[in-house]
Design a protein around this ligand. Sequence first.
Ligand code: PMV
Length: 315
Amino acid sequence: MPNIASSACAKLILLGEHAVVYGQPALAIPFSSQRIKATVEPLIGSPSGLIRIIAPQLGLDTPLEELSEDNLIAQALTLSLEALELTQRPTCVLRIHSSFPFASGLGSSAAITIAIARAISSFVGHPLPVEEVNAIAFKTEQLMHGNPSGIDNTVIAYERPLVFTKGFPVEFVTPGDTFHFIVADTGVKKSTALTVAQLAQHRLEHPQRVDSVILKIGNLVGVGSRALLSGDNVALGLAMTDNQGYLHELGLSSPELDTLINKALEAGSLGAKLTGGGQGGHMIALVNEADISTIQQALLDAGAKTIYTTRLEKA
Ligand code: PMV
């Protein structure tokens, strides 16, 4: 069998994270320049069915059997092999490399699963269709996060801008203009399972207050996705900054995120907010192309650990 290399992109939630867990829509885009790569090579001369996993960024160089059952890579491989209904496991080495940090709001857990499902299924000559890859990644998200909405696996599997609402068909969105974004890392890692669980607890204690904020976030997603469609940068930016206000109210921001978001706005961003699970991880700012370098510098001066730029092309 030939060597196979597959990959999956990172993702950025423009509007609606957390509220999406409670049935509100959310707007997400692929972050295609940042990827997790999975390569599979045959392991000649090794016992049949042995799968060796090498993932230096996760401190792993081990046979599949030695990973605990709840390990994300073990889950991704096991579910993919089950979906392939193979009578015999392939004998191979699986290498994983990510260009972006884990546990920081960019969808690394869904991207790892999707890269693995694509690579192992191509290696055995039966590439899994996007719907199956998406379903496998939703299962690993459930194992890792407890109560995921499904937005991460969906936007990463399809790699297209979309509005996601739990239990409803995905709505793909075609941008009416080119949108430029700056993404900055606070350098603080945070587990999404934890922030999702904290919000669930907060909601139990203050159901009306939390639900009214969740609803307001959902309404902003409607405004923002129409702005994306019509190419209205200013309206999308305003919706993002308003969304950040609500996320802050729900306790999902952090001092590091607040600093970067405020600096980006002071330096001329059209809108800025946290992206993903929050309380750390990354922030995202919508910017005019002409302001990119000024805002990047302002974010670096304010302590951003890594800066990326990305754009959504007018279709
Ligand atoms: O932190 P991430 O990249 O896993 O983003 C999670 C998005 C949430 O809305 C917070 C959770 C979810 O499952 O939708």
